[in-house]
Design a protein around this ligand. Structure first.
Ligand code: ADP
Length: 595
């Protein structure tokens, strides 16, 4: 930019000074020529007067002698710088026929007829003849003035070489070049200053606009001048400030909208009329296993989420211009049940029904699973209750039918009815406990309790059962060990586990209870030498009503809820339970509860 300015300046100066030089030279030449012409004219008039006067006295005038004498008189005294031929005034006399009759410079006899010369022709017409001609011999322009001398019928021609023109030209060119050099020198400094005063703000504007284009609105143009540039700078700064405010408002708003959309519990995908994604939130990305990033915007929804059902529902919504709710199951990245709510985006243009569509995706896998668990639980409970009730009713019917008469039979039947009623009681008790833990009700007696007495209580409760089975119960508990929980729940947890250890044990087997301080808090291990659990059943034994061997469990008065209650209690205190078992060797439950 600056270079260009500089160049333009230089060109302007060269052109300007050259034009000025040229016209000045022309003017100087003109003045010089006018002056020479005047001089020649006066010489011609003087000669005319002389010839007229002399002619009246002397009829046979020697024009050649007159020419030579006068030319000598008129020649400059100082010829130091110029040759005689350069400066001498040349006087020529020509008769009416154009014949030269006298000449100051050469022998007039050798000269050709002058009738064709312009100045002579004009003089013959009675006017003052005038001409400028370039002499190639002298490489100089000559000025000729011819005057008719009526008295003698001759013409006097006076000419002089315009040698000064050459020097005028030379001087003018010298001055022009000097002017150009000086002009260039002086104006280059000015041009530099001027170009800087223009290019510096322009560069500043450019650098700031570049920063604005990359989103930095904080810089301002620093031009304090009171001219147009200063005015432009102030307007530009005001515009930048407004832009900065507007942009920050827009960014703020869009951040708010983004965070609202992102913190929504449902997945959201919005598309334009061509099904190109214009918005997608994190949840939607997670549901469909998409890596979130800016490249997702603009992709076609089918390419992005790769689910033809969602695409079909969305298209249907957009075409029919109504909202739809559907449920789909997807297999990847995980198996999920999704509720898909599709709705058109209302268009501002009344001619277009909608300007795109919205998809809300709700992951209802857990809801459906819970519903399924509840349904299964209800049917399991019904089934579990039905079995002892049917048995009780059957024995009552038999007793009514006459069995009551036989005392021994009646006694046995009543005993069975009692066992079944006891089973019903245990079952209902277990169900109630489970529901209590699930709803976290009645868990009010939380406190810091020593574990050892709880374990001892458990052992004293189950001593009789263990003895009957010939199972030895051992315990190794740190007496200082404490736990922050509901004492009864911990006791229930231990009863269920130790009871199972006895129930599923072998004759003369053992159940060992250990409790100690561990990294995770408090660890309790209940290890038996019983029948063990087949590996394939291990992942399911904590499910409600899940039994490895139904008949065996039932015959031992099991409800299938014992381990489920244990797991619920462990979860209640944010603990962890693991099971290790080997068929025929025994089972070990390891529980870790936070201290
Ligand atoms: P149940 O009332 O049938 O004992 P649980 O929920 O307590 O129900 O146990 C579920 C199932 O896990 C039992 O039916 C049994 O098959 C198996 N089981 C539990 N504890 C043990 C154990 N210590 N040894 C072997 N099997 C066990």
């Amino acid at each position: 930019m600056r270079k260009k300015f500089f160049l333009y300046y230089m060109i302007l100066i060269v052109i300007g000074v050259s034009i000025t030089g040229f016209f000045t030279a022309q003017l100087a030449q003109k003045f010089y020529k006018d002056e020479v012409e005047e001089k020649l004219k006066s010489t011609a008039y003087m000669l005319e007067a002389y010839i007229t006067e002399e002619g009246s006295k002397n009829h046979s005038m020697d024009f050649d002698a007159v020419a030579k004498r006068y030319a000598k008189v008129l020649s400059p005294s100082d010829k130091s710088n110029l040759s005689a031929s350069d400066t001498n005034t040349r006087i020529t006399f020509v008769d009416k026929t154009g014949k030269v009759i006298g000449e100051s410079e050469t022998d007039y006899h050798t000269m050709e007829n002058h009738l064709d010369r312009k100045e002579i022709k004009e003089a013959l017409q009675g006017k003052i003849g005038r001409d400028f001609r370039f002499s190639h011999t002298l490489n100089t322009e000559f000025m000729y003035i011819a005057l008719p001398i009526d008295s003698t019928g001759t013409i006097v021609r006076v000419s002089v070489p315009l040698v000064q023109i050459r020097s005028i030209n030379n001087i003018m060119w010298l001055y022009t070049i000097l002017g150009i050099v000086l002009g260039l020198f002086l104006t280059s400094a000015l041009a530099f200053r001027f170009s800087s005063s223009i290019t510096r703000p322009i560069n500043e504007f450019m650098s700031i606009t570049r920063e604005i284009s990359v989103g930095n609105y904080s810089r301002r143009v620093n031009i304090k001048e009171k001219n147009e540039l200063g005015h432009l700078a102030r307007t530009f700064n005001e515009m930048t400030s407004k832009l900065e405010r507007t942009m920050s408002e827009i960014v703020d708003k869009s951040l708010k909208v983004e965070s609202i959309i992102d913190s929504m519990p449902s997945g959201i995908v919005a598309v334009d009329i061509q099904s190109k994604v214009i918005l997608i939130n994190t949840i939607a990305c997670e549901i469909f296993g998409i890596k979130n990033g800016p490249g997702l915007i603009g992709m076609n929804i089918i390419e992005l989420i790769r689910n033809s059902q969602v695409n079909a529902y969305l298209t249907e919504s957009m075409v029919s211009n109504r909202s739809l709710i559907n449920e789909i199951t997807i297999g990847a990245p995980n198996e999920k049940i999704l509720r898909i709510y599709t709705t058109p985006i209302k268009s501002k243009d009344i001619d277009i029904p909608n300007s795109g569509g919205l998809v809300f995706i709700q992951d209802i896998t857990n809801i459906r699973k819970l519903e399924q668990i509840r349904t299964e639980f209800v049917s399991n409970v019904t089934h579990e209750l039905k079995t002892p009730l049917t048995s009780i009713r059957g024995f009552i019917e038999t007793l009514r039918g006459g069995a009551i008469e036989d005392k021994n039979v009646a006694e046995r039947f009543l005993e069975i009815i009692d066992i079944e009623a006891e089973r019903l009681y245990t079952l209902i008790n277990d169900i109630l406990q489970l529901s209590e833990i699930e709803t976290k009700q009645k868990d009010v007696n939380i406190g810091l309790y020593h574990i050892k007495p709880i374990v001892e209580d458990t052992l004293s409760i189950l001593e009789g059962t263990a003895e009957k089975k010939g199972v030895i119960l051992t315990c190794e508990v740190d007496p200082e060990l404490k736990i922050n929980a509901n004492r009864n729940r911990i006791k229930q947890m231990l009863i269920n586990l130790v009871e199972n250890g006895i129930k599923y044990n072998v004759e003369n087997g053992s159940v060992d209870i250990k409790a100690y301080k561990s990294e995770g808090g408090v660890t309790v291990r209940i290890k038996d030498t019983g029948i063990g659990i087949p590996e394939e059943h291990l992942p399911r034994i904590f499910e409600r009503f899940y039994r490895v061997d139904k008949g065996r469990s039932r015959s031992m008065g099991g409800t299938g809820l014992g381990l489920s209650i244990v797991k619920h209690i462990v979860n209640l205190y944010n603990g962890d339970i693991k099971v290790f078992s080997k068929l025929g060797e025994g089972t070990e439950f390891v529980i870790t509860l936070p201290a």
